[in-house]
Design a binder for this molecule. Structure first.
Ligand code: F6R
Length: 608
């Protein structure tokens, strides 16, 4: 999704804006632009394509002098990715410039009114409507203008605004799109996300819905939707500055895969105390936990895949019925949410539009909601009744790896906690499982250590046309994620099937040499999956199997076997996914794909 930055201070703005935008590249974009007040006018430069085009155009910002500016990376929604549609956008007299993240739902209606009043538009965007509307309302007072704008706009927005008449102030406002403000030694910044400001400051304010930030060279203040002053507390960001950089790895995805042992440890450790699971942030009494009648787990993409695993885990351990839903379906299907239901929304970014809408739908029906979220202070984190954070740190690669692993851990912990309280596992069983959870970081490390073998294997498949992933039970959930990882970063067509389902149609696609990745970590289903392996192999498939150490019998059926260390049957996903992530990564690298920024994809899908 789009990225916003803004700066006001003593330093030259343009290089800071370009640097900030480079830290937001992970959000996905197809054009970029900056506006800088040069002491006389607001200058705008924009370019379609990668940021380096804008860097070249502005000689890394040198040709745009000035200490107040805004910048933007655009991921096209209204209008094609062109220079004209790129942000910032001006009013007709070029005295107001604006950058926008989000979607204005009533922009056509507003545009019609503005056209009737004689406004002329240069682009197809909903954002240009904002620039002209600001112009229409502007009578010399920016705050009054912005509050009028807020009342008129429907939809989502994070805005950075410059008024030429008030060139010593940077204005920012948000509703349903992320925006932060950072206070640095030599000025203040706005940004869509923390990595863009980390180089300059760790003191950050999270702007809430319908709040306005007013940044001058030496002060930051805030207003509400009525323009009244409000006070806000800043947060100190604890992330290591390197956490938002590549840290010596070739790609963010590679770095993030290697951070998984730490991520898993960080998500687990604070919730394991004296051999018990303590999830303080859950804020539920034991009676409330016993009173849960049904769990609805709602998410998108990889986060949704963790829910498929979680269904098996919650039902198996805590004996609570679980319904899993794609957020984009849940929000429109009029779900039956009865008393005693708990709706869990899982999201790395905490800003995914469908997941946020699903959360609001659940809340509007009065059921309890719990967000499992990675980004602190994000919309889902703020709006859910309770929030359980995954401590994965910033995830930059579009394809999720470490946040996915952390989401699994959070759900294992919850399921085990619920099982403990409801008495569906014995204390002994629980202690055994906690022991297995604690071993996961080391086991993941071990699997990551076998990367060369997987890389060699992956190199043989860089020209593959179709790959199928199969598994039963939890192994099916792993297959879904393995398949998504491969297709999203390598552009190889792949599909995941419950292994028993393949022969009901899809097996007709198996040809001589087709790669089938079979996951077989569930002892009770192991023999069944072997039969499915034999079925595809006799039709010419080449089978790569992922199974538990000791299951050597599989070597008779599969062509290539990857063993994962022994763990509890409910936790195998956390281990089996590692070789599948590595496989996808090396196929993508081998094909020369843009691993961290796959085509057509955005890290945070903040539009429907
Ligand atoms: C795939 C991927 C996406 C996200 C999905 C939800 O690698 O990252 O499928 O899992 O867009 O995003 P969040 O978790 O931010 O809600």
């Amino acid at each position: 999704m789009c990225g916003i930055v803004g700066y006001i201070g003593e330093a030259q703005a343009a290089p800071i804006l370009l640097d900030g935008l480079s830290k937001l590249e992970y959000r996905g974009y197809d054009s970029a632009g900056i506006a800088v007040y040069d002491g006389t006018d607001i200058q705008v430069k924009k370019a379609t394509g990668r940021l380096k085009v804008l860097n070249e155009l502005t000689h890394d910002g040198v040709t745009m002098p000035g200490t107040l500016g805004i910048g933007h990376t655009r991921w096209a929604t209204h209008g094609a990715p062109t220079d004209a549609n790129a942000h910032p956008h001006y009013n007709s007299t070029e005295t107001i410039a604006v950058v926008h993240n989000g979607i204005i739902e009533n922009y056509l209606k507003v545009k019609k009114r503005l056209l009737e009043k004689g406004y002329v538009f240069q682009s197809d965007t909903d954002t240009e409507v904002i620039a002209h509307l600001l112009d229409y309302y502007y009578k010399g007072d920016p705050i009054e203008t912005i509050t009028k704008l807020m009342l008129r706009l429907e939809g989502s927005y994070a805005l950075g605004i410059i008024f030429k008449d008030h060139a010593d102030v940077l204005y920012a406002v948000r509703k349903d799109s992320p925006l932060i403000v950072g206070k640095a030694a030599e000025g203040s910044l706005i940004a869509s996300d923390v990595p863009a400001v980390l180089k300059y400051t760790r003191e950050v304010y999270f702007i809430q819905n319908e709040e306005i930030a007013v940044l001058s060279r030496d002060d930051i203040s805030f207003r509400n939707v009525d323009g009244e002053p409000i006070t806000k507390e800043s947060t100190t960001i604890e992330w290591d500055i390197n956490a938002a950089e590549k840290g010596g790895y070739e790609h963010f995805m590679q770095k993030e895969m290697y951070e998984q042992p730490k991520t898993v440890r960080d998500t687990l450790s604070p919730r394991l105390k004296d051999g018990r699971i303590v999830i303080e942030e859950l804020g539920m009494t034991d009676d409330e936990i016993r009173g849960i009648r049904k769990i609805h787990i709602v998410a998108c993409g990889s986060a949704y895949h963790t829910r498929v695993t979680a269904k098996y885990v919650f039902e198996g351990l805590a004996r609570i019925p679980v319904e899993v839903d794609l957020a984009s379906e849940f929000r429109y299907r009029n779900p039956i949410l009865e008393e005693g239901a708990l709706v869990i929304i899982i999201s790395q970014s905490g800003e995914t539009a469908d997941s946020l809408a699903a959360l609001r739908e659940a809340r509007s029906r009065g059921v309890k909601t719990l967000g499992i979220v990675n980004v602190v202070g994000s919309s889902i984190a703020r709006e859910a009744d309770k929030v359980m954070y995954t401590w994965a740190g910033p995830e930059i690669a579009v394809a999720t790896t470490k946040a996915y692993s952390a989401q699994l851990i959070a759900q294992y912990l919850l399921a085990l906690k619920f099982a403990q309280v409801r008495g569906t596992v014995t204390e002994r069983e629980c202690a055994g499982m906690i022991g297995d959870l604690k071993k996961l970081p080391e086991q993941i490390e071990l699997l990551l250590g076998s990367k060369e073998r997987i890389q060699r294997f992956a190199n043989r498949y860089i020209a593959a046309k179709d790959v199928f992933f199969i598994g039963r039970g939890i192994d099916y959930a792993i297959s879904l994620e393995g398949s998504l990882k491969l297709k999203e970063i390598s552009y190889i067509h792949s599909e995941a099937y419950a292994a028993g389902e393949l022969k009901h149609g899809t097996i007709s696609l198996i040809e001589e040499g087709t790669l089938v990745a079979a996951v077989a970590t569930q002892e009770d289903l192991y023999k069944k999956t072997i039969s499915n392996i034999v079925e595809v192999r006799t039709r010419g498939a080449f089978v790569m199997a992922v199974t538990n150490t000791g299951n050597t019998e599989i070597e008779k059926a599969a062509d290539y076997v990857i063993y994962i260390p022994q763990t509890n049957r409910y936790f195998t996903n956390s281990l089996a996914i590692i070789p599948l992530q590595l496989f996808s990564y090396y196929v993508s690298v081998g094909r020369g794909c843009d691993v961290d920024k796959p085509r057509n994809l955005a890290k945070s899908v903040t539009v429907e």
